[in-house]
Design a protein around this ligand. Sequence first.
Ligand SMILES: Cc1cc2nc3c(=O)[nH]c(=O)nc-3n(C[C@H](O)[C@H](O)[C@H](O)COP(=O)(O)O)c2cc1C
Length: 201
Amino acid sequence: MIEIAAVFGSPRRKGNTATLLRQAIAGARDAGAAVTEIVLRDLKISPCLEIYGCRETGRCAINDDFRQIEPLLARMHGMILASPIFFYTVSAHAKIFMDRCNSSWVKKYWIDRHPFGGQQAYPRKGLFISVGSTRGQRLFDGALLSMRYFMDALDMQLWNSLLFRKIESEGDILQHPDYLASAYAAGAGLVRALAEDPTSA
Ligand SMILES: Cc1cc2nc3c(=O)[nH]c(=O)nc-3n(C[C@H](O)[C@H](O)[C@H](O)COP(=O)(O)O)c2cc1C
């Protein structure tokens, strides 16, 4: 069975990205996947301390709630990460989680000596969901670049992104049933894409 990690990156439990992510989770589950929810604001996760304890084992050396997530990150086939835009990148909750996954980057490129760059067949796929309150053309540029390289560290291709502008107050997203429908469809689509891709597990 295809296994998906769904990461809630907003501090708001009922915020816009959380609402979209719930739709995507419903789509993924209806398409047959097992989805595990990770609510970052409920976990006590230190920022990366850059001590490189991971150089030896490829596992993060900090003993905190990130340890609960590591087995899922190792076995999942795909991830859906939802975060609002905070100052043109992801939320602090999401960024701390992403930085802690640098242990996977260290394992991939330093321990396993996978060549950096170039074309690679990714065994896993990721979906990024984001919203911001403004409408600028470059609103999502920073987050998308971070997301692409974060996902690469986890052997994951940024398969698709759902990005919605002019969404500010809690509940604003409910005024856009088409956005909610596209999140449901993307969740289901991610599972179908994983099932059809021979490079996926
Ligand atoms: C700390 C902070 C920084 C923000 N920075 C931006 C920003 O750079 N650009 C933008 O368009 N909206 C920004 N916003 C607005 C949020 O992206 C917006 O309210 C979004 O709908 C929140 O999503 P959520 O309900 O999932 O938390 C910021 C909000 C906060 C609290």
